[in-house]
Design a protein around this ligand. Structure first.
Ligand SMILES: *Cc1c(COP(=O)(O)O)cnc(C)c1O
Length: 398
């Protein structure tokens, strides 16, 4: 349930400072305690039985049902995405798999964008396929009529992710959602890139997925995922599936994510600004073919991004000119001193990850025109980052 202390109408930073706090103050301290526990004791047997009947309504029956630390984070995440209820799970990937498994049954059909996060494809091609669920991958740039044409009588889920992992196509989510809802399908979205810059429930999404591991955690030290919904009906489906499968978010991890959320608006603002500055700088470099950043006017779906998003995060792609080899690009990345080489993003530190080998496509072409590096801009001084990138580019053959 949304916290009584929500402060709708105020700015994002104000809301992130206050969300999830009412009822969690302990002995006057500002932050909630970390309530670790499995057993929850009851004063008598009748009380225990009464609690069991109402297990999802924030009645503490057992550790797996969550407790005060989780409830506070649920409220914060619902506030970030503008939903009513949130289910926390141990990783962003579990936040992808749980709703897919919750809504899809044997004989059902799922529509998945060709640009989806790789592990989302894996579950469609793995467990779901084994259980008799069929997936069709679609061009992420599809329009309303395109989705309508792909929907079958047994299509149950239309999944979206915008912008796409590694390739950054912006989807027309409202149009996709219109076609999906007209056919009675559930619309899911991996909204990790958009965070609060894309308000999923205002654009027709029913179930919104976040890897809290990224900007909410913000410090590369926690794995966590959330599934946010805007109706009790969807909450019961998602929460029911998560509970049946034993999903859980550890209180220590929730506490870290809560701590991260308080400073996220200001980190995001700085990282958006620095990210754009570096993206523009890359765009003017002779070594670069294109920069895949939806907030740049050169991005093919820039107008769509502008229509639906209120801002950008600091993750984007850089496509190098085709005469550079993979070895050249690896040398460039290896030469960087301030950029780590690794998966994930959203932390305080910058990352550079060659992504060409990570892109799987079956419905569209994976060819971006050259080798690609995914850049995440952290909180370092942007002048230092650009100086480091400049010396890195100097390793490329003339
Ligand atoms: C990282 C990521 C996930 C998964 O999050 P984990 O916590 O690492 O499991 C899901 N979707 C997207 C778009 C991601 O970038």
């Amino acid at each position: 349930m949304a916290d009584k202390n929500t402060t709708h109408g105020q700015g994002f930073a104000t809301r992130m400072s206050h969300a999830g706090r009412a009822g969690t103050r302990v002995h006057g301290f500002v932050n909630p305690a970390v309530h670790r526990g499995s057993t929850v004791l009851h004063p008598n047997a009748e009380s225990r039985r009464a609690f069991q009947k109402d297990k999802w309504n924030r009645v503490m029956t057992y550790g797996t049902a969550g407790g005060p630390t989780q409830y506070a984070l649920e409220d914060v995440v619902a506030e970030i995405e503008g939903g009513t209820r949130c289910v926390l799970v141990g990783t962003g990937l579990a936040a992808v798999t749980v709703p897919l498994m919750a809504y899809l049954k044997t004989g059902d059909h799922c529509l998945m964008p060709d640009s989806a996060y790789g592990p989302a494809r894996n579950v469609c091609n793995g467990l779901l396929k084994d259980w008799g669920v069929e997936t069709t991958y679609y061009d992420p740039l599809i329009d309303e009529a395109g989705i309508r044409a792909l929907i079958r009588p047994n299509t149950k889920v239309v999944y979206t992710e915008s912008p796409g992992s590694h390739t950054f196509e912006v989807q027309d989510v409202p149009a996709i959602a219109r076609a999906a809802h007209a056919a009675g399908c559930v619309v899911m979205m991996d909204n990790t890139w958009g965070i609060h810059h894309f308000m999923p429930f205002q654009h027709g999404v029913d179930v919104s997925i976040q890897a809290l591991t990224k900007y909410v955690g913000g410090h590369s030290d926690v794995l966590l995922g959330s599934i946010t919904v805007n109706s009790e009906k969807d909450y019961e489906v998602v929460r029911g599936a998560a509970s049946q499968m034993g999903h859980f978010a550890a209180p220590d991890d929730c506490w870290l994510a809560l701590r991260g959320a308080r400073t996220m608006p200001i980190r995001l603002k700085q990282q958006e600004k620095s990210g754009l500055e570096v993206a523009r700088w890359f765009e003017n470099r002779p070594e670069v073919l294109s920069v895949l950043h939806p907030a740049l006017p050169s991005h093919p779906q820039h107008a769509l991004w502008k229509r639906d998003f209120s801002g950008a995060c600091s993750l984007f792609g850089v496509v190098f000119k085709p005469h550079y080899t993979e070895a050249d690009i690896f040398n460039f990345v290896d030469a960087l001193k301030l950029f780590g080489i690794g998966a994930s993003w959203g932390g305080f530190e910058s990352l550079a990850l060659p992504t060409t080998g990570f892109i799987t496509r079956t419905a569209t072409s994976p060819d971006l025109g050259g080798f690609t590096v995914r850049i995440h801009i952290g909180l370092e001084d942007v002048g230092d980052l650009i100086a480091d990138l400049t010396q890195g580019l100097a390793t490329l053959p003339k």
